[in-house]
Design a protein around this ligand. Structure first.
Ligand code: SF4
Length: 481
């Protein structure tokens, strides 16, 4: 129901991204970083294929994995058939996402006899550990995200013929989440991880178990990377973390809001986004920073999960409906109009019809610009496993449908308001068949547009567009010259 592509922890989408579709990779060495902009070697001997499932954290982790493998002489290819090493960067936020990986492995199992090696990375790797070798004996590498910086050593072991190589960490790991190299595939917009892991332990969530305890990166290191990205021509930066606003600068120099503002002040940076925020740690200073820095995007994703305080308590979310609405009020009082999106789970154990009605009334009250709605699904190790899953699946499906229909109507109204407005967009692509350019607003809405004959905006450039048509999930307009 919205335009974002996904993130970790808070209701992460189980989307799959096949990386490797770029002709050129920018490699960044580790923080503080000297940047190398290298063309791929002409014909390196070792090839790998990487498919990514899940959220933006995983997408960025894959950029780190690609950077590390390329630095070790590997070449990324776009088909499983053309690769010697086949890697899946996995998501375990929902059962469906986890199953997808095992289905994918089963599909390609036969290729093992051709000498290909398989690796499972990320959250499923961390969660299942060596059990993956029992379930899929042809897998040779199992590596959680905190161990990516050790990938070079693991590759050496693999190349030496070791059958089972693992990189797994316990929850208490202090491992830094930075790798020496990162391969960014988008030349205009890039991610920077500022905090990894989670200490919140929401009752339904695997993230604290798969990504370990919270550890933040020093603000100087974040800013150094932001400046280097600006030097390379990036204009949009997205700060990432499972609870990005729980950020605690190890050097004690900056709060999260101050870091946001400082990244927004880096010369050359035109847009700064951040995801995902936890309502309990969402302070008014974040809204003030957005209000006073036009480079900070006027969009906040603030997952509520339920509109019922009773259910929020059962979910161990650490805030009430009223406290959540207080944060919404701060954003609505801002001078800039801030677009607000959210995640909602329906059918959490014990959720009654009255609880669900409260979630629906919250949609009316907040008027989100987008939501991601999910049916509750029990996950390994999580506290909610001990609760009786009393909501039958058909009822969860019904509630999800009702929720999405209601939100669709809200979005119809919300998007209609933009008709007639002139909005700055970043040009992201071209839809040849429709004769349109694809672009995104600061509020993270897709605004496609047409241009006068002879005009051809550059990808990554910023142009003004007058909005002429609205849909529930996107806008259409004409470029203003
Ligand atoms: S805050 Fe809750 S939902 Fe978000 S990552 Fe942590 S445990 Fe998961």
């Amino acid at each position: 129901m919205t335009t974002r592509s996904g993130f970790a922890g808070e209701g992460a989408r189980a989307t799959s991204l096949r990386t490797g579709e770029t002709p050129r990779l920018h490699l960044h060495s580790g923080a503080p970083r000297a940047i190398l902009a290298l063309d791929m070697p002409a014909d390196p001997p070792k090839t790998f294929y990487l498919e990514t499932f899940g959220c933006q954290m995983n997408a960025h982790d894959s950029e780190k994995v690609v950077g590390t493998l390329v630095s070790q002489g590997y070449r990324q290819v776009q088909t499983v058939e053309g690769a010697e090493l086949i890697l899946y960067n996995t998501c375990s936020i929902r059962d469906k996402a986890e199953q997808k990986v095992f289905h994918r492995l089963a599909d390609y199992k036969k290729l093992h006899s051709q000498g290909k090696r398989f690796g499972v990375l990320g959250c499923v790797a961390q969660q299942e550990g060596e059990k993956i070798f029992d379930r899929a004996p042809f897998v040779s590498l199992v590596c959680g995200s905190a161990s990516y910086r050790n990938l070079p050593q693991m590759l050496v072991q693999l190349e030496a013929g070791k059958q089972r190589v693992t990189g797994l960490d316990d929850r208490e790991t202090d491992e830094c989440f930075e790798t020496e190299f990162t391969a960014r595939t988008n030349p205009h917009r890039g991610y920077i991880t500022i905090i990894e892991g989670c200490d919140k332990f929401c009752a339904y969530c695997v993230v604290p178990f798969t990504r370990g305890k919270e550890r933040s990166r020093a603000s100087d290191s974040v800013l150094a990377e932001a400046r280097q990205m600006a030097d390379l021509g990036y204009t949009e930066i997205q700060l990432l973390g499972q609870n990005v606003n729980s950020y605690k600068d190890p050097s004690g120099k900056k709060t999260f809001a101050e870091l946001l503002a400082a990244v927004g002040e880096v010369p050359g940076i035109k847009r700064v986004r951040f995801t995902t925020s936890h309502p309990r740690d969402f302070g008014r200073d974040i809204v003030e920073a957005i209000d006073s820095h036009p480079t900070l995007c006027d969009h906040v994703h603030l997952p509520v999960q339920s509109g019922s305080t009773r259910v929020l308590d059962a979910m161990q979310r650490l805030y009430s409906r009223d406290q959540y609405l207080e944060r919404i009020a701060w954003m609505k009082e801002a001078n800039r109009e801030i677009s607000i999106t959210s995640d909602i789970i329906v059918g959490f154990p014990g959720e009654t019809e009255a609880d669900f009605e409260q979630t629906l009334s919250l949609l009316d009250e907040v008027e989100y610009d987008g939501i991601f709605g999910f049916k509750y699904s029990p996950r390994p190790n999580t506290p909610s496993l001990k609760l009786d899953d009393v909501v039958p699946d058909e009822e969860k499906t019904r509630r999800l449908t009702v929720l999405q229909e209601k939100q669709r109507e809200i979005q119809r109204r919300r998007y209609q308001r933009h008709i007639g407005q002139v909005i700055e967009v970043m040009v992201e692509g071209r839809n040849q068949s429709r004769g349109q350019w694809i672009a995104r607003t600061s509020q993270n809405k897709v605004l496609n547009f047409t241009v006068r004959e002879g005009v051809s905006p550059e990808l990554g450039s910023y142009v003004s567009v007058v909005t002429t048509v609205s849909f529930p999930n996107s806008l259409l307009g004409e470029m203003v010259i």
